[in-house]
Write a protein of this length. Structure first.
Length: 278
């Protein structure tokens, strides 16, 4: 498994913001002895327009927006392009994109499904990569927060199945029920390893995945006990989650979403499980 990373994604942010460069710098340093890395490329505008409106892309390009959670950092358009481009490479090469900013809250026109903010996201990386593939894709979202932007973009799309396990009642307040091809599994605050793994297995076994050619994982790790997501998973649980995904026996790619505590170790456990380490 190769990881995609560029130090350019560490060049923006505020130290007091949860989605800051230090979280990813520490993860990179933790993972560097174990994995090889490849450089990303910037996404092209035509690739952004596969899922986003031209008007929204222009707003981000011109930095003409105000969002308390998702600031208009200088040159954020370029950083967001790089993260989206990394997702495209990850989908083509079955890699893990260790990049920021994340993406699953960004809808076609930015704000999605009534969310109050963009939730640290500018462009929807996994959605762009999925559309670029042109295949039937299962998107499995394991971030603690519902991927409202991803659901909005793919609602009713026959080529995408979206499954999300997330904490009920936290930002963005969506994903309380399943709708068509979007299957949502809201979990109570404090859910631990056993209930989470049981829900994930039931979801994957109970939904018709026939015809799926590839799996894209919105890989959020804020489900860790003590992180921002309100769940209570152990680090070891991520190895078991990786193993369950491996057992789908399908090509798989991974796009980093959230995770603000012990991120490197959580990713390590997850990838070891996916790679078949016990």
């Amino acid at each position: 498994m190769k990881l995609i990373f560029s130090p350019r994604c560490l060049e923006y942010g505020f130290p007091s913001h949860p989605e800051n460069p230090e979280r990813l710098r520490q993860a990179y340093e933790f993972l560097k002895p174990y994995y090889s890395f490849i450089e990303p490329r910037e996404a092209e505008e035509s690739e952004l327009l596969l899922v986003h409106s031209k008007e929204y892309v222009e707003i981000i390009r011109r930095e003409e927006f105000y969002d308390p959670d998702t600031p208009a950092y200088p040159n954020i358009y370029k950083y967001a392009l790089l993260s989206a481009g990394a997702a495209i490479i990850a989908a083509k090469q079955n890699c893990f994109s260790l990049m920021r900013p994340p993406g699953h809250h960004a809808g076609r026109n930015g704000l999605a499904l009534g969310a109050p903010t963009l939730g640290f996201c500018y462009f929807n990386n996994i959605a762009i990569a999925t559309r670029k593939l042109g295949k039937k894709v299962l998107i499995l979202d394991i971030d603690a927060h519902h991927g409202n932007g991803t659901q909005e973009i793919f609602q009713g799309d026959p080529n995408v199945i979206y499954i999300s396990l997330h904490t009920k009642g936290i930002y963005p307040g969506t994903g309380l029920k399943s709708e068509g091809n979007c299957y949502n599994f809201p979990l109570p605050w404090g859910t631990g390893d056993e209930e989470y793994l049981s829900t994930l297995e039931k979801a994957l076994k109970g939904i018709d995945l026939s015809g799926v050619e590839i799996v894209g994982v919105s890989a959020g790790f804020d489900t860790l006990r003590g992180d921002l997501g309100g769940l209570s998973l152990s680090e070891g649980c991520f190895r078991k989650i990786g193993k369950i995904i491996r057992e789908l026996n399908l090509p798989t790619f991974f796009i980093l979403e959230g995770g603000y505590r012990n991120l490197g170790k959580c990713i390590f456990e997850f990838l070891r499980g996916f790679e078949g380490e016990t």
